[in-house]
Design a protein around this ligand. Structure first.
Ligand SMILES: [Zn+2]
Length: 441
């Protein structure tokens, strides 16, 4: 019988053996950064760290954090690469940019081995979804300096799949490809999966019936770990959808497996995860906190204790698949940068999506945080299915208002637009507007 594991010796490694491996890699990374990265030399000096005294994971908490703002300042003060770089530029093979919504994107550099590590761990995720050499794969991400397209493409190729390059193709051309080639696996953002299906439906096409797609994977946004969003994608493609959380700065770090237990496994041999509470203390099983990663493989930009600003929950149960890798309950539960406060209550846009998506008649939505009649208010704009009558739209508005009020503990204004009025997203969606903080220009 074929194995369900791509690298069983790693995926089922004992805790003691994994800890030994991680400790050794951590020692090497800290010594490497201290010897070669001017930025880390300064950081260690400022924190009074003697790299030779870092022996393993037990010493990790003595090391200083690295933040995204710090990396941005670093690159801004010594453009274009900054001085985190710990190898000669001649050894760098790849550059990717983060998809920044504001300001200058961060540039990430990788050596040949770094890049191999990035797509090798990604390939392990695809294998866990059930992707095999016999599959034909379409990575429907944007062609450009973002890592999504390249890493998906290389990962599928690493498994020996037939990979169809569609980075620069239009949505119409991608739909044609799905109809005319035996494509069995599709990777894209969750927003784009829904956009693709809606676009096909407008042309009278049913992707679930008229394509051979059996697996989809989704990255760039947490949508595929939201049950109602995932169910929508699965219905649209007649396939199983999987979440692949990742960060350009660290790795395509996690994956769900074919046991579909709701757990996200972590490639902890590539990046060591810490989950820390508000006072930066590690949380135990079942606890929630900020995910902090230390890269155990990348040599060009060896990030140590990188604060992801993502909130995760450490699993308190084992996955039935038999993997021993650290697991989280669900994917990324919240992004600290997305946190909003409304009348003293903390609200995450992901929670609103969890409450809106189960209403099947909602085609698209938008969330606006605003000042309304002197008070903070949330407005959810809803683009209803064109099949709804006007009175059904009223009914939907009332139902949504009730779901949001009970789910958030806040009264939320719901507004219906004309069908098709709200923007659709062919990459990462920007459904959230905060009019309270945005400066008009
Ligand atoms: Zn599993």
């Amino acid at each position: 019988m074929a194995s369900r594991y791509f690298e069983p010796d790693i995926e089922r490694r004992s805790r003691a053996a994994m800890t030994r491996w991680q400790s050794r890699r951590l020692r090497e990374q800290v010594r490497h950064a201290a010897a070669r990265s001017p930025c880390y030399q300064r950081k260690f000096k400022a924190a009074g760290i003697k790299p030779a005294l870092i022996r393993g994971l037990d010493d990790l908490q003595r090391l200083p954090f690295t933040t995204k703002d710090e990396l941005k300042e670093n690159q801004a003060s010594a453009p274009p690469w900054g001085d985190v770089l710990a190898v000669p530029l001649a050894e760098v093979l790849r550059v990717h940019l983060t998809s920044a919504t504001t300001g200058r994107p961060l540039a990430f550099l990788d050596t040949r081995e770094d890049w191999h590590g990035f797509y090798r761990s990604y390939a392990r995720s695809l294998y866990a979804y059930g992707v095999r050499q016999t599959d034909m794969v379409m990575a429907a991400f944007s062609y450009g300096p973002w890592i999504g397209y390249w890493s998906g493409f290389y990962a599928a190729q690493e498994l020996g799949c037939l990979v169809f390059p569609v980075g620069g193709l239009s949505t119409d051309q991608r739909i044609d490809a799905l109809l005319n080639y035996p494509i069995t696996v599709v990777g894209c953002t969750p927003s784009y999966a829904l956009f693709l299906a809606e676009h096909a439906a407008k042309k009278g096409l049913d992707l679930a019936k008229e394509t051979k797609v059996r697996i989809t994977w989704h990255t760039g946004e947490p949508g595929a770990s939201i049950p109602a969003t995932r169910a929508r994608i699965e219905a649209a493609f007649g396939a199983k959808a999987y979440d692949l959380p990742g960060l350009t700065e660290i790795a395509a770090w996690g994956f769900e497996c074919d046991a579909r237990s709701g757990l996200t496994h972590v490639h902890e041999d590539y990046c060591y995860p810490e989950v820390l509470d508000e006072r930066d203390r590690p949380v135990g099983p079942g606890g929630r906190g900020e995910l902090v990663f230390t890269s155990l493989y990348r040599k060009a930009m060896p990030l140590i204790r990188y604060r992801t600003r993502d909130v995760v929950q450490v699993a308190a149960r084992r996955c039935p698949c038999g993997r021993t890798l650290v697991a989280f309950e669900g994917g990324v539960l919240a992004r600290l940068d997305d946190m909003k406060k409304v009348r003293g209550i903390i609200v995450y846009p992901r929670r609103i999506e969890e409450l809106v998506r189960p209403h099947a008649e909602v085609d698209e939505f938008q969330i606006v945080f605003r000042r309304h009649e002197g008070l903070d208010d949330i407005l959810v704009r809803v683009d209803p299915s064109p099949s709804l009558s006007l009175s059904e739209r009223d009914g939907l508005r009332a139902q949504l208002g009730e779901s949001l009020r009970t789910g958030l503990g806040l009264r939320v204004s719901v507004e219906m637009t004309e069908p098709g009025a709200l923007p659709r997203w062919d990459h990462k969606a920007r459904r959230v507007k905060d009019e309270r903080t945005e400066v008009p220009f």
